[in-house]
Design a protein around this ligand. Structure first.
Ligand SMILES: *[C@@H]1O[C@H](CO)[C@@H](O)[C@H](O)[C@H]1NC(C)=O
Ligand SMILES: *[C@@H]1O[C@H](CO)[C@@H](O)[C@H](O)[C@H]1NC(C)=O
Ligand SMILES: *[C@@H]1O[C@H](CO)[C@@H](O)[C@H](O)[C@H]1NC(C)=O
Ligand SMILES: *[C@@H]1O[C@H](CO)[C@@H](O)[C@H](O)[C@H]1NC(C)=O
Ligand SMILES: *[C@@H]1O[C@H](CO)[C@@H](O)[C@H](O)[C@H]1NC(C)=O
Ligand SMILES: *[C@@H]1O[C@H](CO)[C@@H](O)[C@H](O)[C@H]1NC(C)=O
Ligand SMILES: *[C@@H]1O[C@H](CO)[C@@H](O)[C@H](O)[C@H]1NC(C)=O
Ligand SMILES: *[C@@H]1O[C@H](CO)[C@@H](O)[C@H](O)[C@H]1NC(C)=O
Length: 596
């Protein structure tokens, strides 16, 4: 028997499916085609992204003509010369914006330790080093760049990232709000709203080559956070219908149906899903190489692998054991591991939590039929998450593997997203013992290393695995711990549980302490200076930067798998430090000489 709601859903999906077309990557230079393929496969840059970030020096038709003249099999020297003659340097589209920073935002009053105070004041100034606009007045008539134009300034993460990114920006905005740069935060949100209006969805980042995929859907939450700080009816009114569009994109492009034989019912959940049959333009050589290590791969297998690589980038976790079919991490090379990507077959806990949050928010923000629609969607999703992602034996949510039709019982902080975003069935939310057992593993895992919380428990050499710890996942875990603590307190508990309840707070404080120590010592080790407290490290000419990720086995060391970043950064790392100071008191700065 099909529930009448089933028909309502199908009807809604059909409506959506016929409503919208998406803009896609269509440049003859920066998107799939002979020019991109030839230049990128010549491997003349150590990082494929360098080429697609270079604006043309001549009108596009001249560039294409010059490319034709290279013939069918140009030498690497000819290709190098072609690029030098026809392209400018990467990053030229960026103009730094001088923002008027508030030197004494209220948040700094909460930083009582003198050394931390010097550090956080510095971070508060860093926004001006990361705030840019796209300025293409240097481009000749008919020339092209890969940027997606925006009307307002934005904050870039730092390093090789010469544009802004979708999910990074949620965290960046959080920090901007604590630094009282509300206008910059608002401008970033408006840029995103423009993007959804123009492209039909929110691309991964502000480049034409990111038009084939999105990133974890944080826009609704971003707006919610902004509205927590600023009363802005105008932005809210503009955003509402645009958020419907973004929601439709996710439902249309990423929904999967899963049959539940036990209950004889169908569930609709979401997974990341990019169908893209080529190497990613900005990682062309790397992806091509991954798909050609094994000479016996069929064309169809290669096409599938390219889609799973692009989908991996859409998850924000590029790359991780979470998405690998091959679990033999020890005996396999990186290529052999990546070759086994199965990203599209994994129904991730965080994506469904974020969509649940979107449904709840949109039902709260809308009225009438729409309110009821989103409310129903939220209820259905919660029910499906409960059936498919929740594991009562282990008291945890886990990703669902469509290939095996089973949960993947693996530790990752992504499993805590429901406790941050409230995607928990009432039955669990009322059960104190159950809630307490959610974090039973966490304390033990934190005992393994002195640094922040690891991404997974397996070492694969990939960025989103041990020993790397990522700032956003600390933020989510801390929120989850604090929310569960609050919930248990509201539920009221017996004396016999009080030690366990208190330990939630202790663990949260421990993790928060590790975070600020890691950030601070990493900053100091790269030249950050606290006169009279820690002497400057003589061998560096830098003035202190913040890492994108950390090596959890040591306090204050950068994680691996990225490249050296000479620039001040890193957007999300800085922001989460602000959030921590807003939520915890009385930290004491460590003596980094002793811990690093
Ligand atoms: C992604 O790429 C494919 C193949 O080029 C194209 O058909 C599709 O329209 C693209 N999608 C988007 C959203 O750009
Ligand atoms: C950051 O910006 C300030 C002010 O514009 C400048 O003095 C400083 O040199 C910049 N630092 C870096 C590392 O770019
Ligand atoms: C854009 O760049 C041009 C020079 O290329 C400069 O004259 C102009 O001031 C810049 N505009 C902005 C808004 O930064
Ligand atoms: C979304 O789905 C449409 C239709 O199937 C497809 O053309 C488009 O490429 C997809 N967009 C993205 C960003 O994957
Ligand atoms: C999913 O299930 C398949 C089949 O059991 C298994 O081989 C694979 O390792 C699992 N995980 C992923 C990410 O594919
Ligand atoms: C991986 O290899 C190392 C050394 O060869 C061994 O000590 C370890 O137990 C192996 N781990 C797994 C999970 O097989
Ligand atoms: C930090 O430790 C070093 C090495 O033991 C010591 O020389 C220095 O005085 C300590 N600094 C502070 C601020 O405690
Ligand atoms: C992390 O730090 C340890 C030292 O504790 C080091 O052996 C390891 O190579 C580092 N890993 C990465 C990926 O940087």
């Amino acid at each position: 028997m099909r529930h009448p709601l089933f028909f309502a859903i199908v009807y809604a999906l059909v409506l959506i499916a016929t409503a919208r077309t998406y803009k896609s990557c269509d440049s003859p230079i920066y998107c799939e085609g002979p020019l991109l393929r030839t230049v990128q496969l010549s491997n003349i840059f150590t990082d494929s992204k360098t080429f697609v970030d270079r604006p043309t020096a001549k009108p596009v038709d001249e560039v294409l003509k010059a490319f034709q003249q290279l013939g069918i099999t140009p030498s690497v020297t000819d290709i190098r010369m072609f690029v030098e003659e026809n392209f400018l340097e990467p990053g030229m589209e960026l103009s730094q914006v001088l923002i008027k920073s508030n030197k004494q935002p209220q948040i700094l009053e909460r930083v009582t330790d003198p050394a931390y105070s010097v550090w956080m004041s510095d971070l508060n100034q860093y926004w001006s080093n990361l705030t840019y606009t796209f300025n293409t007045t240097f481009l000749c008539d008919g020339c092209q760049t890969s940027i997606l134009p925006t009307k307002r300034p934005f904050v870039v993460p730092g390093g090789r990232f010469r544009e802004f990114y979708y999910w990074d920006s949620y965290f960046v905005i959080e920090g901007l709000l604590y630094s009282e740069l509300n206008d910059v935060a608002k401008g970033m949100i408006e840029n995103f709203l423009d993007f959804v209006e123009t492209y039909g969805f929110l691309p991964n980042g502000a480049r034409i080559y990111y038009l084939n995929r999105s990133q974890p859907p944080f826009l609704t939450r971003m707006i919610k956070r902004y509205l927590d700080f600023v009363d802005d009816e105008e932005l809210f009114t503009r955003a509402l219908p645009i958020l419907d569009t973004e929601y439709e994109f996710w439902m249309k492009n990423t929904t999967v149906e899963i049959y539940d034989p036990e209950n004889d019912e169908k569930h609709y959940l979401n997974r990341f899903n990019v169908e893209y049959p080529y190497p990613r333009p900005e990682a062309y050589y790397e992806d091509w190489h991954t798909a050609h290590v094994d000479k016996d791969m069929t064309d169809q297998e290669r096409v599938d692998l390219y889609s799973d690589l692009a989908t991996g980038a859409e998850t924000g976790w590029d790359y991780s054991s979470r998405w690998l079919r091959n679990k033999n991490f020890n005996g396999s090379s990186q290529f052999e591991l990546l070759k086994s990507l199965n990203t599209r077959a994994i129904v991730p806990v965080e994506l469904n939590s974020l969509l649940y949050d979107m449904e709840v928010q949109l039902s709260q923000w809308n009225t009438g039929k729409k309110k009821a629609y989103y409310q129903r969607r939220a209820e259905q999703r919660l029910h499906s998450m409960d059936r498919l992602l929740w594991n009562d034996e282990y008291s945890s949510f886990y990703d669902f593997n469509l290939t095996s039709q089973c949960q993947q019982i693996e530790f990752t902080p992504a499993n805590y997203f429901p406790f941050w975003l409230g995607a928990i069935p009432e039955r669990i939310a009322k059960d104190n013992k159950k809630l307490l057992s959610v974090f039973s593993e966490l304390e033990g895992i934190l005992k393994l290393y002195p640094g922040i919380l690891t991404t997974t428990l397996v070492e694969t050499g990939l960025q989103w695995d041990l020993p790397n710890g990522w700032p956003p996942l600390q933020y989510v875990t801390l929120h989850a711990l604090l929310n569960v603590h609050k919930r248990i307190t509201e539920n009221k508990y017996t004396q016999s549980l009080s030690a366990q309840v208190d330990s939630l707070k202790t663990v949260a404080r421990d993790l928060a302490t590790r975070y600020v120590e890691s950030g601070f010592c990493g900053w100091w080790a790269t030249g950050g200076n606290v006169p009279g407290y820690l002497s400057n490290r003589g061998h560096t000419t830098d003035t202190g930067h913040m890492f994108e990720k950390f090596n959890v086995t040591v306090i204050g060391r950068s994680g691996g798998g990225g490249e050296y970043r000479p620039q001040i950064g890193f957007g999300w790392t800085n922001s989460i430090a602000f959030w921590i100071f807003a939520n915890f008191d009385d930290f004491r700065a460590p003596n980094c000489t002793l811990v690093i």
